[in-house]
Design a protein around this ligand. Structure first.
Ligand code: G6P
Length: 596
């Protein structure tokens, strides 16, 4: 979380960092700020609450060159106000920070420093200033020894115009040299051009001028092949809607990439079948929507590949001390490739010698680099905070992985593999017709938007879908939503059902049909309203008061997860829209959660 951007060049330093910053806004949008050297070589600082757009409107329209740094904030320490916005200054030092300084209180006491802001960051500026005797790199190196936590810093020294200093520990940082000058960014995809870029390794300190980047420490090179940019909303009211509607192509692209001559084939990613040798257990580890993609697909690994699966919330994986052993495969799912909890879990497994595989959307990210074995979702940039197309693509890749594992383990013969692929492709085909349910779902949303609480139920894979349905609704509509395994309803949550309370139920398995319908009846008996999403082949009662049925354009089975996913996304989107919420950038949330 938080995005930092910097530029040193002969022209347009301020406007360059502001446009770079707007490409990092997915990392946080509580407040934004910039610092730049003016024509008298004095540092100017401008900060605003709210979005980068507001900062851009406030900033002077100067085209002066020199050095500029900028920041978009997701608040961790200190409320959202101008005083807590970055850049933060102390003495001769002005800096922007992504990460958390864990020992900021101790440092304040040691330095007898009285901060102006409530942030954990300001003390880093004070510390560097206290150690500065004219050699910035030396001061930063000394400061690093006393800073605990995670950081990527871009730093200006008042007596060093035209130079940016930067360093990192855990938080991402990339650098690029071009004809116009030198750039730094939290995310290489915010650079203005493709090409080679540099990744400073942990604790490396860099000095960035218009013509050169000097490093004290190790720097690796990487290549940005494609500008992973969204081309705007393209006429859609919101990015989220655009991304929901992109799913038929995004999912097909993702799946077909790994289908070669009618077989699931990961050889282009150099993932050998030996990775699956002797696997007895799979652990799927992720956060948020990506975790739900793991949960939805768990059932496939059991049924197709005969492997037991546990889906873990990444932050719990570390805290709960899950064991790392030789006969498990640890699968990490992340759209952004940089979620801090997922990264921490990956590092823990790697340190324990476990076998890992990651499913990532964004290229060139830290989880991708550290995983080694990576399968990609090919959905292009996902801009809206609420994840949609990444989710269906993640489920698609997990489906392929289950098929490949099943083949490698001798659980599926050629005929079985063709049938499994056919059923996956039928699921892919159902996504476009599911989008056509939009008007029907909008009508449901107009009733749901009047509720305070909404309950989502299902069994097995449909429970996982219910979890994602509740998350999506909470994220963007701010209604209280809760997912419950249908069988668990009667053990507590049913006490909250009273006339008018809406529940949403998913039914895509005949095996669970009668039991899910029993839960539906129990809700109806207590005056609740149920919106039931069922596949077209499911026998469900029609014409019951307060039971609203929506038919998913799919047959029962694993592929139905795709159309169910689209339906829950549209339900959340329409509810939030009818409530007038800021759908693409909901309060308090960020697209990329880089703090643990
Ligand atoms: C944040 C986002 C979610 C996302 C989760 C995991 O909470 O708002 O949409 O599902 O992080 O992100 P990842 O990038 O690891 O998939």
């Amino acid at each position: 979380m938080c995005g930092i951007f910097g530029f040193v060049g002969k022209h347009d330093a301020l406007s360059t960092v502001l446009s770079g910053l707007s490409r990092l806004e997915y990392r946080g949008y509580d407040s934004a700020g910039t610092a730049f050297f003016d024509e008298n070589d004095a540092i100017n600082v401008i900060r605003t609450t709210g979005r980068v757009q507001r900062l851009t409107e406030t900033a002077p329209k100067t085209n002066a060159g020199g050095a500029a740094i900028a920041h978009t904030r997701w608040a961790t320490h200190g409320s959202v106000c101008e005083r807590n916005a970055h850049p933060l200054s102390a003495g001769r030092v002005v800096l922007v920070h992504n990460g958390i300084i864990e020992n900021f209180r101790e440092l304040r006491e040691e330095l007898h420093y009285t901060p102006i802001s409530e942030t954990d960051t300001e003390i880093a500026a004070a510390l560097i200033d206290s150690l500065y005797d004219g050699d910035p790199m030396e001061a930063i190196a000394k400061a690093q020894k006393r800073l605990h936590g995670s950081y990527a810093f871009a730093i200006l020294f008042r007596d060093k115009p035209g130079v940016i200093y930067a360093t990192r520990c855990e938080s991402p940082l990339a650098l690029m040299r071009t004809e116009q000058g030198s750039f730094l960014s939290s995310d290489p995809s915010a650079f203005p051009a493709c090409g080679e870029y540099l990744v400073p390794q942990e604790h490396t300190i860099v000095e960035i001028t218009a013509d050169a980047i000097h490093a004290r420490g190790e720097v690796k090179t990487a290549v940005l092949n494609k500008l992973d940019r969204s081309e705007g909303r393209q006429g859609y009211a919101h990015y989220m809607l655009k991304e929901i509607y992109e799913q038929p192509q995004a999912l097909r692209r993702t799946v077909e990439r790994y289908l070669v001559d009618g077989h699931v084939d990961f050889s282009q990613e150099n993932i050998p079948d030996t990775l699956f040798d002797g696997i007895r257990h799979m652990h799927v580890v992720a956060c948020g929507t990506a975790m739900h993609a793991g949960l939805v697909s768990s059932h496939l690994f059991r049924s197709l590949a005969g492997v037991e699966v546990t889906a873990h919330i990444a932050s719990e994986f570390c805290d709960a001390g899950v064991l790392v052993d030789d006969d498990s495969l640890y699968v990490f799912i992340s759209q952004s490739g940089e979620t801090a909890d997922t990264l921490a879990a990956l590092r823990r497994v790697k340190a324990g010698g476990g076998r890992v595989l990651s499913v990532i959307n964004r290229r060139g990210t830290i989880i991708e680099r550290e995983s080694g074995n990576v399968l990609h979702t090919s959905c292009g940039p996902e801009i809206a905070v609420a994840s949609t197309k990444a989710f269906t693509a993640q489920v698609g890749v997990m489906y392929l992985l289950a098929i490949r594992m099943a083949c490698a383990r001798g659980r599926l013969d050629a005929q079985g593999e063709s049938e499994a692929i056919a059923s996956l492709l039928a699921g892919v085909d159902s996504v476009a017709p599911a989008i056509a349910l939009h008007p029907q779902i909008a009508a449901m949303a107009s009733r749901i938007s009047k509720a305070k609480d909404v309950f989502f139920i299902g069994r097995a894979a449909d429970y996982a879908i219910a979890c994602e349905g509740a998350l999506k609704l909470k994220e963007i509509s701010y209604l209280h939503a809760e997912s419950i395994a249908a069988g668990e309803l009667k053990h507590g949550t049913i006490s909250l059902i009273e006339p008018g309370v809406p529940s949403v139920a998913y039914l895509t398995r005949k095996q669970t049909c009668s039991r899910v319908l029993l839960s539906v009846q129990e809700i109806l008996s207590r005056g609740g309203t149920v919106y039931l999403f069922a596949t077209e082949d499911m026998e469900v009662p029609e014409g019951l008061d307060e039971l609203v049925v929506c038919r998913l354009p799919a047959k029962e089975g694993a592929g139905a997860a795709f159309s169910a996913a689209v339906s829950l996304q549209l339900l959340a989107y329409e509810t939030a829209k009818q409530l007038g919420m800021p759908i693409d950038m909901p309060r308090n949330l960020a697209k990329s959660v880089t703090v643990a």
